[in-house]
Design a protein around this ligand. Structure first.
Ligand code: GUN
Ligand code: FE
Length: 458
């Protein structure tokens, strides 16, 4: 297994570097010298450096000059942080695009469970997860928060694949022991909890410091878990105060009503998950569309993160708009999720564009009270916002010195592939080139992908 983060030599770049410092602050550094140490961490980030000054900066940082190449980024080329996908179902990789236009619960029953059950076969899991992780790396997703299938073995394979291919990932064995066919659910509460504990141990052995891969508790949603199962997961969450938790939260009216029938003692989903010890500052709540006012203040107080999945929210059956501006106004953490395969796309650039579209809808629906997302806000959600949601913003999300180098090398001027993106013209400023990339570029413009300094795009 190859866990070596870097080649043994530092990495160095000179050129344009673009990253978010906060929701409101996009920083564009020109003639920037960026040095990544052999530990995969950013050691120098310095703008306005002339080529003839580089050797002295290198020596000041303890390296002999000229022992490693400096990659010079030309006009139209830049570095930006890797994308963070805060909500992704790895076993739905081969199911994207199938079953659009039906309700969530029908889609689970008619399409999804029949597909996810194939991961009982470890050979199938190896093949499909290899393709899935490579596919998301190809799209510049350097960190993903994955739901596995309910199978312990397949989910261990998923963790292994992320580790081997070098993708940063939260990986969860999906807990589900009811309201699913008997051929696709956990056999019992004990079984489900036991598999979860074994999975956590497996990842601890694979990656003891959770450098790349970390386990995440993954109750699919309350509908698929008996109260005793949620209780047991709450116990594990208390025992492991470093483990994140993910679930689907207030995603669809039909789902909220069914949850209420199953748990009439709770007024809201926030009440429910909080009672089971699953709502805290480690929680990643997918969708968050129909929250009541007191649920919004609760997730704000508790410090939960929101995985905004505008593609699946608008293509399943209804056009559902999450009030993202309100979450941001209250300082709630928000990131973007492909929700692959409920969402048809594996690209965060596509998700970001759909986030712009639904934010325009929300601006209309609220008569302007919730202004649409700006370009820089969308990019923040795709990078630093997602890192915050995953509890990783002390390590990734932008190029602050000391963080790990999870990055994309973007080339926008290669016209050998016509039709890739809106052509860059001589008069275009860097902000315009960046905007063209975000709005019309795709993975063909992402020529290299780094995780912790290791080049991971094949
Ligand atoms: N709710 C429960 N399971 C799922 C799933 O697989 N996808 C989505 N979008 N919602 C869910
Ligand atoms: Fe989902």
């Amino acid at each position: 297994k190859n866990s070596t983060p870097v080649s043994g030599l530092p990495l160095a770049f000179h050129g344009t570097v673009i990253h978010s410092k906060s929701l409101d602050e996009l920083e564009i550094l020109e003639k920037c010298f960026l040095l990544v140490g052999i530990d995969g961490k950013i050691q120098v980030l310095q703008a306005d450096v002339e080529a003839d000054q580089i050797n002295s900066i290198v020596s000041e940082n303890g390296y002999a000059p000229d022992i490693f190449p400096v990659k010079h980024l030309e006009r139209g080329e830049f570095l930006c942080p890797g994308f963070v996908d805060t909500h992704n179902h790895a076993p739905q990789w081969a199911q994207r695009g199938v079953g659009r236009g039906i309700s969530l619960l029908d889609w689970l029953d008619k399409v999804t469970f029949a597909h996810e059950t194939k991961f009982e076969d470890p050979e199938y899991a190896k093949r499909m997860y290899g393709s899935c992780v490579a596919g998301f790396l190809q799209q510049g997703i350097t960190t993903a928060s994955y739901y596995g299938s309910h199978h312990g073995q397949a989910t261990r394979i998923l963790a292994d694949v992320c580790f081997e291919k070098g993708q940063r990932a939260l990986v969860g064995k999906c807990n589900m022991n009811r309201n699913a066919p008997d051929w696709y659910r956990d056999a019992s509460v004990l079984d489900s909890l036991q598999e979860t504990r074994e999975f956590i141990n497996h990842v601890q052995q694979l990656d003891p410091k959770y450098h790349l891969v970390k386990p995440i508790l993954t109750p699919r949603f309350a509908i698929s878990c008996e109260p005793e199962l949620l209780d047991g997961l709450g116990v594990i969450a208390r025992e492991h105060p470093d483990l994140p938790i993910q679930t689907h939260f207030n995603e669809a009216k039909q789902e909220i009503e069914f949850t209420h029938q199953l748990f009439p003692e709770f007024a809201t989903e926030a009440d429910l998950y909080q009672r089971y010890g699953l709502l805290n500052d480690r929680s990643i709540l997918a969708h968050c569309i129909f929250l009541q006012e007191d649920e919004i203040s609760r997730i704000q107080e508790l410090g939960c993160g929101v995985a905004h999945c505008p593609i699946s929210n608008t293509t399943m059956q209804e056009f559902m708009v999450a009030p993202v501006r309100e979450y941001l106004r209250r300082g709630i953490k928000v990131g973007l999720g492909t929700d692959s395969g409920g969402g048809y796309s594996s690209s965060i650039l596509e998700v970001m564009k759909q986030a712009f579209i639904v934010s325009n809808a929300q601006q209309m629906l609220t008569q302007g009270r919730d202004p649409a997302l700006s370009l820089r806000e969308g990019f923040f959600l795709a990078t630093l916002g997602g890192a915050q949601v995953c509890g990783l913003d002390d390590r990734i999300g932008n190029f602050a010195v000391g963080k790990e180098f999870d990055a994309l090398e973007v080339h926008t001027m290669d016209l050998r592939q016509p039709g890739v993106m809106s052509p860059v013209e001589d008069e275009d400023s860097i902000p315009v080139i960046f905007e063209k990339f975000l709005m019309t570029g795709d993975d063909r413009n992402i020529v290299r992908v780094y995780v912790s300094g290791r080049s991971v795009k094949v």
